[in-house]
Every structure is written in C-alpha cells, then in structure tokens.
Design a binder for this molecule. Sequence first.
Ligand SMILES: *[C@@H]1O[C@H](CO)[C@@H](O)[C@H](O)[C@H]1NC(C)=O
Ligand SMILES: *[C@@H]1O[C@H](CO)[C@@H](O)[C@H](O)[C@H]1NC(C)=O
Length: 455
Amino acid sequence: MCAMAVFWLFLFAFSLLQIFRYTAASSWKPATTPPLPILPLPSASQLKWQQREIIMFHHFGVNTFTDSEWGTGHEDPAIFNPTALNANQWVDAAVEAGVSLMILTAKHHDGFCLWPSKYTDHSVISSPWKDGKGDVVREFVDAASKRGVDVGLYLSPWDRHEKRYGHEIEYNEYYLGQLQELLNRNYKAQSISFSDAGLDVRWVGNEKGYAGRTCWSTINRTLITIGGNMEDYLNKGDPRGTDWLPAECDVSIRTGWFWHKNQTAKPLSHLLNIFYKSVGRNCVLLLNVPPNTMGLLSANDVLRLREFREAIDTIFTVNYAEGSNIKASSQRGTNSDEFGTEKVVDDDHLWSYWAPGDESNDQHWIEFVGKGKILKFNVVRIQEAIGLGQRIKQHEVYADGKLIAKSTTIGYKRLHRLDEGVIYAHRVRIVIKESGGLPLISSIGLHFDPFWHPK
Ligand SMILES: *[C@@H]1O[C@H](CO)[C@@H](O)[C@H](O)[C@H]1NC(C)=O
Ligand SMILES: *[C@@H]1O[C@H](CO)[C@@H](O)[C@H](O)[C@H]1NC(C)=O
C-alpha cells in the first residue's frame, strides 16, 4: 500500500512536470531582430584598434644621439651606442599604462636602420652597440610578445641616406625589400601603414593630439591627395564618406618626437586634455614616449605615464548612471532583454545597445533619474554601437531641464568634460537631435573627474 502511494505520487509529480514544460514551451517568443547596419562599417581589426584607445610610439635612432628631430642622412652610425638598452623596461611601462600596442621607428627619415638590414650597412651593424651584432627591432618584438603586447613597426618611406631615393623603381624595390625583411624576421609584428589616408586608419591632421569636435570615422579616401591641404577634412571626417577610416591622434609626451636632454614630460593636466580631445572625440591616441641615449624610457616619463593611467582609472571606474532609473522615448521590441535602456550601463560597449523603436520620432532621448540620490558628475560619456555604422549628427545633454552640453558626432566614444564644473542633478537626459537612421547607444557614463578645475 505504501509502495502504491509512492507510485501514484510519482506519477502525479511527473504529469505536473509535463504540464509545466508544455506551458513553458508555449510561451516561447521569437527574439526581436536587430536593426540593419548603415554603411560603411568598420572591419574587425578596425574595431579592435578603436578599443585600444591609447597606443604607444617610440622614436629612437641616430637623432637620439645628435639631439635633433630631423636627421640629415649623413650621421655616422658610430654615434649610435645606447649604454643600457632594455626593451623590457619600455614594455613594462606600456603595460602599466594600459597600452596593448607599441610601435617602434625601425627606420626614420634619416635612413638609419635599427635592425641589421641585408640591403644596407647604414644600420646597427655599423655601430659600436653590441659590437655591431645588436638588433633593436628584435629585442623590442621579443620583449613585447613576452608580455602579450602587440607591436607595430614604422618604416619611413622618405629616406635621406639611401642613394636610390628619388629613383622611383629602384627605391620602391629597396623599400619593399626592407618591409618584407622586417615582417619575415619579426613574424609577430603587424605592418602598420600610417599616412594621411592609410589602409586602416587616417592621420588626424595635426600633431597636437586633437581631433575635431565633429569627428566622423568615415571619409572619401579618393579626395585625399598628398600635400593637398587636407588637415581640416582629416580632422573632421566626412558624414557622407564612403570609406571607414577612423582617425589616429599622434602626439609626443614631450615637445619633440626624439629624446632631448633639455625636454621633460607634459604635465598630467595637459595629457588629460589630449585624452579628452582624442579618445573623447572618437579617435585613438598614439602617444610617443622616446627612449633616451641609455636606451631606456626616462624615469620621469614612466612616472607621468603611470599618473596618466591612474587618473583615467580614477575618473572612469565609477559610473554614477549605474543604479539609477533609466527611461527612454521608446524601445525596439517588447522584451527589454534585447534593446532595452539597461544596455547602456552594461560592460559591453560594442554589441549591446539601446535601440529606440519609433522610427517616425526624430527626437529620441534617454533619461537617468537618481534613485533617492543626487547625480554628481562633471564628465558625460556617450558611446555609439559603431559596429552598425556611425549615425549620430547632433546631440544635447540636459541636467534637470538645463542644457549642459551640446555637440555633433559621438562615434565610438564621446566625452564631454563640463566647462561649468560639477553638476548636481536629479535627472539627466540625453537627446539625439539628428541621426542618420536610428541612433544606437552602447554605453553612457556620468563620471567625476577630480583633476578638472575649469577657470
Ligand atoms: C563623398 O562621397 C559621397 C558619395 O559619392 C558624396 O555624396 C559626398 O559628397 C562626398 N564628399 C565630399 C566632401 O565630396
Ligand atoms: C633644447 O634643445 C634643442 C635641441 O638641441 C634646442 O633646439 C632648444 O633650443 C633647446 N631648448 C632650450 C630651452 O634650451
């Protein structure tokens, strides 16, 4: 009798489970599909490059020893003799600064090669360093790969030493020979093409590290001519551009690109200013830190890099928008798991985004209301889901109904460091005034920058 009861109980429970399963299955609904992309789009490698945010450059060569910026090509290789070269020290400083890609000038305009090239003896081979048996490029690549840092090599097309320069075919063959030599010898290195309109990234049009307030990742590559006064076009990009070619802002931590005894690192406030005007304007910052005559990054530069990273972490680690109530003008689909407002405060800044639902409404907005507490911030961070194209043309930010920021493009990342200082507000609203297609916002942050003291 007892066994019988257990049997019936079991059967009853089993049936309940089947009913539950059936009910669960019948409540299944298809997911809302994502919106279509708007062309042109970034490639996977461009997306990876963009997310690096800060990359590093190292100008090193005969100029380091002649205290000059522009080599003539007539330098005696005997002057190249770093007394304590240690590429591990460069890489350690980069890793500590949060940098995942480092670029070395394998050959600058003066033509001196930091590796033993088989095409010329104007290289480390003719220097007293390591009795002519050294290879800076190899040491750099090995040190970087040991710590999982990607490397790039800069090979100047202009060569003031090489006699073949100016003879088109002969010199191009020489240049390509060296390029292949570098890539074959350092198979881990990536070829970085850096010119006004490179293969993957473009120059931002100045060497201050500043992008335009308006900065499109798109441009018409065919419009860019060498020496063609393109600074403004490169700086702002082109909203109708047919090529995805985002801008890289190159600037040196010091005044010069090469190390000089009488120069020092820029103050932290200057570096942060550069950060807001490069990374904060949809660009990648290429920061030059030159090794000195010892073959080391100067202690003061390393210290400044560390302060720079610590400041960035201090500012952006806490997001005051998290934990607030988030509302929006509309939302794509009914399931908030897919394109809901909470997507702007998750950790994915690329493929998880809030999408409005109402195509006819051209004033999309998203609003943060502090849950029983005041929102305190002086930096607003907005990011677009650029994997589906750069779209936003005009946007505004309001705090308790008052306009606090107004600008144009957003792109991968837009930072507004507020001129009026610290804002204390109950509600913060971001309004998209104009967008090519639906605006897709991947992340929003309200941050406090303790280093910002507007006049
Ligand atoms: C870039 O190309 C597009 C497509 O051909 C064109 O509509 C646009 O006007 C061009 N931009 C400029 C500045 O000429
Ligand atoms: C620093 O050195 C450079 C290169 O030799 C020189 O052009 C410049 O005038 C020097 N500046 C100062 C302040 O001494």
